[in-house]
Design a protein around this ligand. Structure first.
Ligand SMILES: NC(=O)c1ccc[n+]([C@@H]2O[C@H](COP(=O)([O-])OP(=O)(O)OC[C@H]3O[C@@H](n4cnc5c(N)ncnc54)[C@H](OP(=O)(O)O)[C@@H]3O)[C@@H](O)[C@H]2O)c1
Length: 293
């Protein structure tokens, strides 16, 4: 549900502020004129409930954006306790502190809460069924936030995040574009590439409109990794004929964490709330390439 547009200057606190999304969110909110307190993991380790409570209640921000997460998807398979500490316990701590300080919470989650067996894009009400420990721990984080804050919490599920301030497919491919030899990427996993600078603007919009509930937020356009890489190479002026499709089963070595075949998120809740869709991913990609090249 979307409340009144405040249009006002608000006070935000960001956790995980040194990460890819945390950095863009901090910079975007500052550029839009908000007061921003940005906490890196060094400033606030959100697995520490006492520290989270003390720091959040001390400043009582209007909105906390929880960008902190244990995002090493493959490492989660063998380090279940770190995955759940970073993705469930930390989320529960931040939510409990928000409850105490009467702050709204925007919590970031993932397409990996789904198993990818659906043929069509996933809507917010589709049943979850994570394939990986990372996905399980992120789903547990969503549940913790919604249990603690009820219908006032905002959970954003996003996918295939790319940005200026962290490792991602775009900067990986830009490093390879001038080399020789084939670039082999999987063609049997589909998703919506999403750009953290664009997502940060939607975070601001969801905050200022006090939109609550679960929202799928992605750039528009669904592709396989193979198609995404071909688009990156084309936009970077490289040789697209070097990009070759392979099935996930041909990845060497195989990746420890299974990925959903279909990661495409339908932004249905955004549409029904009358909120604008993010740009086509190719436009957002061109902006990112311009900042990286
Ligand atoms: N990247 C993607 O493709 C993708 C896709 C879908 C959803 N998401 C979600 O989007 C959000 C942002 O992801 P991202 O790509 O920006 O990740 P990121 O670059 O790895 O940033 C996460 C940040 O959280 C920090 N952090 C980890 N544990 C923490 C803790 N206990 N307390 C406080 N901070 C902690 C990390 O610090 P250290 O670096 O020091 O550990 C890092 O700065 C996450 O919720 C992620 O699950 C990401």
């Amino acid at each position: 549900m979307v409340g009144t547009i405040t249009g006002a200057h608000m006070k935000f606190a960001i956790t995980g502020a040194a990460g890819m999304l945390g950095t863009d969110t901090t910079q975007t909110l500052q550029r839009l004129g908000h007061d921003v307190v940005a906490w890196t993991r060094h400033d606030l380790d959100a697995t520490d409930g006492t520290a989270a409570h003390a720091m959040i209640t001390a400043i009582a921000p209007d909105v906390v954006v929880n960008c902190a997460a244990f995002t090493a998807v493959d490492a989660c398979e063998t380090d279940r306790s770190s995955a759940f500490a970073g993705n469930e316990t930390a989320a529960r701590n931040v939510a409990a502190a928000c409850l105490a300080s009467r702050s709204r919470l925007i919590h970031i989650s993932t397409d990996y809460v789904f198993d990818g067996t659906k043929i069509e894009p996933y809507t917010e009400t589709d049943p979850t069924n994570p394939l990986s420990v990372y996905g399980e721990s992120k789903l547990a984080g969503e549940t913790a936030v919604l249990e603690t804050l009820g219908p006032d919490a905002t959970v954003i599920r996003t996918s295939w995040l790319c940005g200026q301030h962290g490792p991602n497919m775009v900067n990986t491919v830009l490093r390879l574009v001038d080399a020789t030899g084939p670039l082999r990427f999987v063609s049997d996993q589909r998703g919506c590439p999403t750009f953290s600078a664009d997502l940060a603007e939607t975070i601001e919009l969801l905050a200022t409109t006090q939109a609550a509930g679960i929202f799928h937020v992605t750039n528009q356009g669904a592709v396989s990794w193979y198609e995404f890489v071909a688009e990156i190479v084309a936009q970077a002026g490289g040789d697209v004929s070097r990009v070759e499709p392979i099935p996930t089963s041909a990845l060497q070595p195989p990746r420890p964490a299974p990925r959903p075949r279909n990661s495409v998120l339908d932004n249905a809740a955004m549409r029904s709330a009358g909120l604008p869709m993010l740009d086509d991913y190719r436009l957002a990609l061109s902006r990112l390439i311009a900042t990286l090249q």
